[in-house]
Design a protein. Sequence first.
Length: 279
Amino acid sequence: MMLAADCHAAITFVANVDGNWDLFVADDDGSKPVRLTSTPYDEKTPAWSRDRKSVFYATSDGELNIIDLASKERRALTPGEGRCPGITPSFSPDGSEVVFARFLPGAKDDTDLMILSLKTGKTQRLLEQVGVQLWPAWSPDGRRVVYTSNHCSSGCGRIVQELWMADAWGGSARQLLMTNSLCQQPAWSSDGKHIAFSSDRSGSFDLWVLSVEDMKLEQITSDEALDASPSWSSDGKKLAYVSARSGRMEIRVMDMESREIKRLRPFGEKEIECKDVSW
């Protein structure tokens, strides 16, 4: 398969073109979309491999998959007992491992963060922590994993889910913020200095950026509609995300210096919903 997009300057996302969420890749301006999947399941939460030659993603049947962009061949991965809940997988910097969240067999409100070796197909637990841990993301230096941990749900009258950080080799973890909100989908900048995430701290889901060095927190979007799924460009100058400001989910890109926002239209004038963008 010849891709229309240069994979080193491309985005991957899922779009609902004909009733299911399928996987696409396009140039980073949203042009030249190429469809990668057409299945009866919903594809979701894609993540680029470090060499940009393949994409790792989850499906609504609870499976983890990897697709080679050159051949378009897909391979299903079975990471031990139980199934992955479709929470964003994240590659290690050397591309040999993937960290993901997995619900424990027979438990609705407990997950483990797991590391899957792509060489051996074996999984191991990153750390043991009571409750629901989701959205793990590997740091660019390979030393840390940022993720979210659920602190309270129905008992609090709302979901409280905060950012945490763990050593990539397991054992040690700490809470990063106390926002008393639902934080989700953390994403590292390529230099490892910033983490973008979505939070309802302001009353609606907006995008925030945390400076890892001084723990300074900045709100970068403000709207009653959903802003979520942030993903940094490789140079850290832009942030792609999903917004529902038009009444449907679409991909937008923010210039982090000027704060100018552009809407990407992979399908031209067709109003097709897109989500789960990964740069």
